[in-house]
Write a protein that binds this ligand. Structure first.
Ligand code: HPA
Ligand code: ZN
Length: 346
């Protein structure tokens, strides 16, 4: 790993903002800001349980993952038309481009929409069109990762995969999200094997609230290439060694962990510990509209709380490109730009 010149503490947040980076853990439905929820509800004639943006925002006080998911799925109910999916993703791309995110891999939850009668085609086409425009107009490359909801049966995941088959070339991979505890990765062994045979990349949420054992089975049974969250791995030294040895990336989401009470405060987050153990950790926003920050907020607040430095910043940005599903030539270009940023930063 390249060694980086020290940067004065009062300049570090500027470096964090300015450095090019990739975001690999963002649920696009979790980027839906209250203002857009209300605008789409009005446009589509959907009734909301809250009277105002302020009232909705004041409900964003979570105690754990499930308390968040209940509100998050309700918020997604305003999404009906292809243009709604486009507008949601577009708003995210504009925000993330301001944070110097140059590549992003978006999670989406089709079952949240198909269960309400919205077709897979509507969802995928709206999101894909926003990805194409983001590249052309904002210089942000983007791809789509379709997530299966783990609180539902594996048969439903198979049906979802079937519905997605006509759009397979618009999806780079599959993921696993929603309520973790009680829904271990191995519940989805067969559908992930099928996705692997189809040549799709594979990731899974594991070790957000769930035990290290779920990270082991995500790796060994689902054969995932990245672990989403994975912060509970610090409880299992043998797992830490495995993750470091095989360079399995973790897509860590510090403000999400704070808001869902995975850590009592940001100063107690284990990101520094994961990096010190040589793990390929990355920083991501998860559900920025709900957790109080996009990428640069996650970086600046976490660095301040943990006392991380410019070397950590470089490692995290580099990890984000290494862990991405872009091809080797695109990775090289991203790393060249990252090196240039650090070499010219004053
Ligand atoms: N964990 C699990 N499922 C999710 C999350 C998360 O952090 N965000 C949206 N769906
Ligand atoms: Zn997530």
């Amino acid at each position: 790993m390249k060694s980086v010149k020290p940067v004065a503490p009062d300049r570090l947040s500027e470096l964090l903002r300015r450095m090019p980076k990739a975001e690999l853990h963002i649920h696009i439905e979790g980027s839906l800001e209250p203002e857009l929820i209300f605008a789409l509800a009005r446009r589509n004639g959907v009734a909301l349980p809250c009277a105002s943006v302020e009232e909705l925002r004041s409900a964003y006080a979570f105690t754990n993952l499930q308390s968040f998911l209940d509100i998050y799925y309700a918020g997604a109910s305003v999404l009906l038309k292809e243009q709604d999916f486009y507008d949601m993703a577009r708003a995210y791309f504009v925000k993330t481009a301001e944070d110097n995110v140059v590549h992003t891999e978006l999670f989406f939850d089709p079952q949240t929409h198909t269960a309400r009668g919205v077709s897979m085609e509507t969802v995928v086409k709206g999101l894909h069109r926003a990805c194409v425009d983001a590249k052309a107009e904002l210089g942000v490359s983007a791809s789509l990762i379709m997530c299966f909801l783990r609180h539902l049966p594996e048969e439903d995941a198979f049906e979802t995969l079937e519905q997605a088959m006509p759009f397979c070339d618009l999806i780079v991979g599959v993921g696993l999200d929603s309520g973790e505890v009680g829904n271990p990765p191995e519940k989805f062994a067969r559908v992930f094997a099928r996705c692997r045979a189809l040549g799709l990349h594979r990731v899974a949420h594991a070790g957000e609230e769930g035990p290290p054992g779920y990270i082991w089975t995500a790796l060994d049974v689902l054969k995932v290439e990245r672990i989403d969250h994975g912060v509970q791995s610090a409880k299992d030294p043998a797992l830490m060694q495995r993750l470091a040895r095989d360079r399995i990336p973790l897509t860590v989401c510090p403000l999400s962990n704070l808001k869902l009470c995975v850590f009592p405060d940001l100063a107690r987050h284990n990101l520094g510990e994961l990096l010190d153990a040589g793990l390929v950790a990355t920083v991501n926003s998860d559900d920025p509209a709900y957790f109080g920050g996009y990428m640069n907020d996650n970086f600046t607040q976490t660095f301040a709380a943990l006392g991380l430095n410019a070397q950590h910043a470089y490692t995290l940005a580099r990890n984000s490109f290494e862990a991405s599903f872009v091809d080797e030539s695109a990775k090289r270009l991203h790393l060249d730009r990252l090196n240039e940023c650090f070499e010219t930063f004053r």
